[in-house]
Design a protein around this ligand. Structure first.
Ligand code: GDD
Length: 414
């Protein structure tokens, strides 16, 4: 078995700004480790999985350190393959098909890099194997009618689970069973892709693809491969009820953090230097005053300093930030090297998704309302931002390197 992780490139991740200005989104720390390390860990846990290929259009320089770190941490081959230009969710996969097929693996997992989940890869693999005619099995989950239209929607045979109908982000309601962006694929899928690719090429050069193909090598896995496979009894969906969510907006990082903390409690095993309300990931190099109260659902990065009387909950504090005496941080992301002054409050007010529902539905909140007003429900401080003492920041986004001089509510500070 192999695994492919699609991570897009610097052109994507715009809803993740300003956090993606300093760190590529796939490498943003969630529960103490880069987002896609959670994917790698899920694959590496499967003994049968021998190689992971990460495909994206970030430069190799962006990814080299991460890949080398992962290679040391997990006993599995990990490689990064760079698309020369974004080729869509199917184009890169097709371009690198020989690398995926090399060694003749029995199948490969395909994982969107911007989802977080309790990846049930073993179950998915078993389910796929039980259907000898399956080319692709999709992990699916239940959404509400309203949410569903933002995802790939599937209608399945209730007995065989064959997908009879697939519509990517439909204009109107199709089904509440949505595509989680996690798949297992047989190698024969590349024959289907070859046909799809040919159609795309023909369309591109004859101009009949419209604007949907910015490059002749561009292909949408969902629209050009999955949708035509529906109804052929080669596409199946395995519905899961475990927790799953996308990581699109910076706000959704807070929820992903909450769930990955819960999933990986073993990473929290450091002696508590202060009052901790689990779950909390505290980097061993963080310096924390014993009177601080941290948690629940907080990740604290390397070299962070947390001073006396500080309170932090539902937040991510990135490397080398400083939270000064008696400051409060909640539902916020504090950027690398940022500093929060004494007695200041850095706060968000999200509508909490129901923790008992596996589908976290916080994610489609647009950064701006239709009237152009800012609509974040968390506060984000970019890298090296300085918040002075006795200042309130509520539901605001501060771009990197700003030195604030007053309080802000519902504002974006450029
Ligand atoms: N290598 C590469 N090249 N990766 C890409 C490219 C590209 O040109 N474009 C997108 N990706 C990656 C993204 O980084 C992300 O991890 C994944 O492919 C899907 O990206 P999107 O194109 O943003 O799709 P989406 O997230 O809106 O919808 C997809 O995921 C949903 C589940 O999260 C679809 O598969 C939906 O059907 C699905 O419900």
């Amino acid at each position: 078995l192999k695994a492919v992780i699609l991570i897009g490139g610097p052109q994507k991740g715009t809803r993740f700004r300003p956090l993606s200005l300093d760190t590529p989104k796939p490498l943003f720390p969630i529960a103490g480790v880069p987002l896609i390390q959670h994917h790698i860990e899920a694959c590496a846990k499967l003994e049968e999985c021998k190689e992971i290929l990460i495909i994206g259009s970030y430069t190799t320089a962006h990814m080299a350190q991460f890949v080398s770190d992962m290679q040391k941490e997990y006993p599995i081959i990990i490689r990064y393959l760079q698309e020369f230009t974004p080729l869509g969710t199917g184009g890169g996969l097709y371009l690198f098909r020989d690398q995926i097929r090399a060694g003749n693996p029995s199948a490969f997992f395909l994982l969107n890099g911007d989802v977080c989940a309790d990846f049930g890869l073993k179950e998915l693999w078993t389910f796929h194997n039980e259907r000898s005619d399956a080319l692709v099995t999709i992990m699916g989950t239940e959404a509400t009618r309203q949410q569903s239209v933002h995802y790939g929607c599937m209608v399945c045979d209730t007995v065989t689970k064959a997908v009879n109908h697939y519509v990517e982000k439909p204009n109107s309601y199709v089904s509440t069973l949505i595509n989680c962006g996690v798949y297992v694929c047989s190698l024969q899928v590349f024959h289907t892709m070859a046909d799809a690719f040919q159609r795309k090429q023909d369309g591109f050069y004859s101009g009949t693809n419209g604007n949907s193909s910015p490059h002749p090598g561009y292909m949408s896995w969902e629209q050009d491969v999955l949708a035509p496979l529906a109804g052929t009894k080669k596409l199946y969906a395995m519905q899961v009820t475990s927790w799953w969510s996308q990581v699109k907006t910076a706000g959704s990082a807070i929820y992903a953090n909450r769930h990955y903390l819960e999933l990986h409690r073993e990473r929290q095993a450091v002696p508590a230097p202060c009052h901790i309300l689990p779950d909390v990931f505290l980097h061993p190099t963080a310096i924390v005053d014993s009177t601080a109260v941290i948690g629940p659902n907080v990740s604290i990065g390397a070299g962070v300093t947390i001073k006396a009387g500080v309170r932090i909950k539902e937040s991510i504090v990135l490397n080398h930030a400083t939270i000064n005496e008696h400051a409060l941080v909640m539902y916020s992301v504090v950027g690398q090297d940022a500093s929060v002054g004494e007695w200041s409050r850095v706060e968000g007010t999200p509508s909490d998704p129901d923790p008992n529902k596996p589908f976290a539905k916080m994610d489609n909140t647009p950064l701006f309302n239709s009237d152009g007003r800012l609509n974040p429900s968390i506060t984000i401080l970019g890298a090296s931002v300085v918040v002075p003492a006795e200042t309130i920041l509520l539901n605001s986004i501060v771009l990197p390197h700003k030195h604030l001089t007053r309080s802000f509510k519902h504002e974006i500070i450029l």
